[in-house]
Design a protein around this ligand. Structure first.
Ligand code: S3P
Length: 174
């Protein structure tokens, strides 16, 4: 499977950038959270609230595993996908993994209203985001083939960088 897989913290721009990359590379695009919402028939926030985070993570792992059966696709993953060992193994097998790096404060500024992000919606969002990001940074780096810093960079410029990396990787592999 040669997917182009975007990982990174909430607010890193995975969905926005992913759509642009898919368009430029003429590949299909899948947002894993949207796929989960379709399969469960409800929003991510609602799943966290009614079924709990563990149920969401199970659905997330299932959605990720289902990518093994689809043609090359640009995939935007939820920020927590790297927390699970099996997910990390699978991500590496599925294609070219790109980590979109962003700092906690910029991520929160981009997100704005955190009500759709259950892990940031209650309490002090800045300290929650900083704690989560610190716990995940190494995992994002462990899984990534390429790291792209998005701080202060517009989505279309991030997308151009990624398209360049993917094209180069394809040429090298040809
Ligand atoms: C999560 C990130 C969210 C979503 C869920 C959990 C996380 O996706 O999957 O709220 O654990 O970081 P985005 O990264 O697309 O916001």
């Amino acid at each position: 499977m040669n997917h182009v897989i975007l990982i990174g913290f909430m607010g890193a721009g995975k969905s926005t950038v992913g759509r642009l990359v898919a368009e430029a590379l003429r590949m299909p695009f899948v947002d894993l959270d949207t796929a989960i919402e379709s399969s469960l028939g409800t929003s991510v926030a609602e799943v966290f609230q009614t079924l709990g985070e563990a149920a969401f993570r199970t659905a997330e792992s299932r959605a990720l595993a289902s990518l093994a059966d689809v043609p090359p696709t640009v995939v935007a993953c939820g920020g927590g996908v790297v927390m699970d060992d099996d997910n990390r193994r699978l991500l590496k097998e599925l294609g070219h993994v790109i980590y979109l790096r962003v700092g906690a404060e910029e991520a929160l500024a981009r997100i704005g209203d955190t009500s759709g992000r259950p892990l940031l919606a209650s309490g002090d969002a800045v300290s929650m985001a900083s704690t989560l990001l610190a716990a995940r940074e190494t995992l994002y780096c462990t899984v990534a083939d390429t790291v792209v810093d998005t701080s202060g960079v517009r989505a279309h410029e991030v997308a151009e960088k990624i398209v360049g990396h993917v094209r180069l990787t394809r040429e090298e592999g040809a």
